[in-house]
Design a binder for this molecule. Sequence first.
Ligand code: SAM
Length: 199
Amino acid sequence: MAPTPERYAKIRRVLSKRQPTLTVLMDEVNKPHNLSAIIRTCDAVGVPEAHAVPPKHGTLASFEGHTYEATSGSAHKWVKVHPHADAVSAVRELQAQGFQVLATHLSQRSVDYREPDYTKPTCVLLGAEKWGVSDEAAEAADANIVIPMFGMVQSLNVSVAAATILFEAQRQRLAAGMYEEPQLSPEELHRLSFEWGYP
Ligand code: SAM
């Protein structure tokens, strides 16, 4: 069934704000509600595609169950998730595509998450709830970033950390005018308008 003119206008409006040069890589994030919440934030910020290394004891398909869909609203329909075998090779693949990879990881070289230039093609690497980002993946990344913490607890929930960082990226990109002109190619805009309009 053809979309109504209002629906089609909304689809075009949303796609015109998509930021193909911003993404996340989730390294064995294993709680479906966290993965879903991250995907929902990706949609809100305009991240069209995300990346994930599935947890060792599961597959990405297991995220397509009830919890995933319930927590993401319908966001999983609008953000494509690409699976990867392991974090280090995913980091290298994204770097080869021109992304700077920022690992959320406390190390000697960590900087405040507000320091990097998020107007560059950027991938934010997020770690598993229990183990965080591995040292190997953090070393392979271009920079390590942290959200300063002043409480008794040592870390944030991974979806909260993702939202904090992605909205800083959104702030910088808004200031740079990156939401004013479509960032998707005309071909991608056309393809996705059709895909979203005629599911
Ligand atoms: N014990 C783990 C560790 O030492 O890394 C804690 C992992 S934390 C619960 C899960 C993920 O949330 C982290 O890998 C990171 O992606 C993100 N995160 C949590 N707190 C953060 C912070 N203060 N700065 C940046 N990322 C953070």
